[in-house]
Design a binder for this molecule. Sequence first.
Ligand code: PMP
Length: 353
Amino acid sequence: MSRFFSEKFSALEPYVPGEQPQGRKYVKLNTNESPYPPSPIAQRLARQQAGDLQLYSDPDLRELRAAGAQAFGIDKDEIVFTNGSDEILNFAFSAFCDDNTPAVFADITYGFYKVFAEINRVPSMVIPLREDFSLNPDDYIGVHGTVFIANPNAPTGIALPIADIERIIAGNPDNIVVIDEAYVDFGGESAVSLINKYQNLLVTQTFSKSRSLAGGRLGMGIACKELIADINTLRFSTNPYNVNRMTAAAGVGALADAKYFADCVGKVKAMRERTAAALKELGFEMTDSSSNFLFAKHNAISGLELYTRLKEAGILIRHFETPRLRDYNRITVGSPEEMDIFIREVKKILAEL
Ligand code: PMP
């Protein structure tokens, strides 16, 4: 740290993203990316923009908003696009939390929530999940803070039924409830249909997983138009060109190609079930995942050791060395070929124990 770095950030612990190896070629099952490339339409539209990169992108993202509004059956003033969903989540911590309105989230959830609270210098209220990693909706009724729930949750993959989500939204009429639906397309129930019923609901989604655009950085928020206007106040005060031309065009293409989207999601879900069955056969225990990853442990090997041995064999998975998570690993569902290699290597490691 330099002597010029503001003291207000001296205790800030940045979020640690999963490894993105640049040298050796790994089977990469560690950051929940799609194993499939972006839709050919998304690729074509993005390429067309390359020759216009001397121009700023449309700060109002009119074409993308029109495509989003149509895809989700909402008004174009009820949607905002950001540089990944991380950006809208950061905006939400900034816009809707303060000294008297803490950020409320689970002890086991997306690790960035804690960092967003810190960088925005707002207090956090952390609510432990149950022993089995399930979330008790009663813990979130009338909490007097801004609620952040990943549904399905990460890194557990567990989804909360929409009735429970609605109870939490209705149970906090004077506070915002943010539902982070990064993984919803793989088996969760979306809260988007509730935005007209509840003025205190903000739903966030990402193009990084089910729409194969992690490297493009595209996220979105869906809410009543007053909340979207609040997010836009911060967006225009930070970077009105937060979504670049190529990514905005790729987003339009991804939304247009509903068949490609459904095919990719279908393949990932089928592969998830096949991999879960194979891991169970090998003695692994798992949460019930509604996402594009599995969260698994084995009594014969620690989470860290399995992670380390797989890495030596050229396979990356995600390990969190924290008290409640260290027995487990989070394994992204990859292509059939990748998952065959993964299962083969896990079998070998278990046999060598
Ligand atoms: N929410 C959750 C629960 C996530 O796991 C992720 C991906 N790491 C994100 C949001 C952010 O994804 P992105 O910024 O790529 O949209």
